[in-house]
Design a protein around this ligand. Sequence first.
Ligand SMILES: *Cc1c(COP(=O)(O)O)cnc(C)c1O
Length: 411
Amino acid sequence: MKLAMIPFSPPRIDQAIIDEVIDTLKSGWITTGPKTKLLEQKLTEYVGHRKTLCVSSGSAGLELMLRWYGVGEGDEVILPAYTYAATANVIVHTGATPVFVDVLPNFNMDPNEVRNHITKNTKVIMPVDIGGFPADYEQINALVNEPEIKDLFQADNDHQENLGRILILSDAAHSLGASIKGVKAGKFTDITIFSFHAVKNLTTAEGGAICLNLPLSFDVEAIYKELNIKSLHGQNKDALAKTQIGNWRYDIVEAGYKFNMTDIAASMGLVELNRYEDDMLVKRKYIFDRYAAALKEYKWAQLPIYETEDIKSSYHVFMLRIHWVSEVDRDRIIEKIFSRNVSVNVHFLPLPMMSFYTKMGYSIADAPIAFSEYAREISLPVYYDLTDEQIDRVINAVVESVEEVLKEKDS
Ligand SMILES: *Cc1c(COP(=O)(O)O)cnc(C)c1O
C-alpha cells in the first residue's frame, strides 16, 4: 500500500484560527479595522522596530515603499539574482531598473557584488533573507554609509534628501523571527517587509507588513498616515473613520493603491503571532535539526547553514544541496522523491533564467554562483503538522533517490 503524499507546506489551520476568523465574521467588521490595528501593534512589540503598517501582501508592501521613496524611471535598485519574482517585479512596476547581483554560497546577496554595482543612479538596495537566514546587514548597512558612496547619491525628493543615502529595503518574506545578535528581522535596517502568504511561516492566507525602522530624523507617525492614504486610493479617511457620525465626507489626495489588509486576514495573524516564537519556531527548528542530523551522515549532502553563534534563521525553507550533481541529475532526484510520495521544491529558479528577464537582456552567466547553488538545490517539507514518522519518510525518500541517481551516474 502506498502511503499518502506528504505535502510541501500546508498552513496550520486549527480550531483556534477558525474561532478567531468566525469571531471577525460575526463582528460585523470584516475589512481593515480593529484586528488589523492590533496585529500592527503586536508585530511592533514582537520585533521592536518603530512602527508597522499591515498590507494585502508582501509584494504590495515592497512596491508601496519603493513608491514612497520616489523610485522610478532612471533609478536603479540592486537585488540578488536568487529570489522570488516579487522582489524584481515590483521594481519593474515603478519603471526603475532592477540590477541583479550574484550571491554567496549561503544563497544571500554578496555585499562585495553590491558594492561593484552601485552607481549614481542607485536609490535602493533590497537584500533578501533566503530560506529565513538573514543577509549580511552589518556589511550592507555600513556600505551605504561610506562617505564616497553617500557622495555619489543624488536625492530627488524630500524623503531621499532626509535619508541622504541609498535606502535599504529588506525583503524579509521568509525571515520573521530570525535574529542577528538577538536583534530580530524587521529591525536589521531602514525598512523591512514581511509576507504572510499561505506558504510562509506566519500566514494570513494573503498579507504582509511594512516595518518602519528609519532613522529618528523621520517622523514615523506621519509616514504611517501617509502610507495609510497611499494604500487606500489616496483617500484621506479609512472606511472605519467614515462610519463615525457626520464623518462621511472625504477627499482623494493622490491616485493611490488598494493595498489594505482585511480584519479576516488579521485575525489569523493574531492567533499565529501569539504562538509563533514558542511553538511554530520551536517546531520548525526541530524539523531542521532532524533533517540535519540524519543527512550529515552522507558525503553527498551539503546542509544549509541555519544557525551560527550570532545568527538564527526563522527555519523557513530547508535548502539541501547535493554535491557533484548537475541540474539534470537534481531534477531526476526530485522526480524519484515525488515517486516516493514526498513533495519537495526548488527555491528558487534565479530570476535571470526567467523568460521575461532574459528578454530584457539579463543573463544567468552574470550570476554563476546563483546558478551553481540553484542547480544542486532541493527544498524539503517543513510545516507545523509534520509528524516524526513523516520526517523519517522524507529522509528515506531523499537518501534512496539521491543514491539511486549517483549510482546511475557511476555506471
Ligand atoms: C513570498 C515572497 C514574496 C512576496 O510575498 P507575497 O506576500 O506573496 O506578495 C517576496 N519575496 C520573496 C523572497 C518571497 O518568497
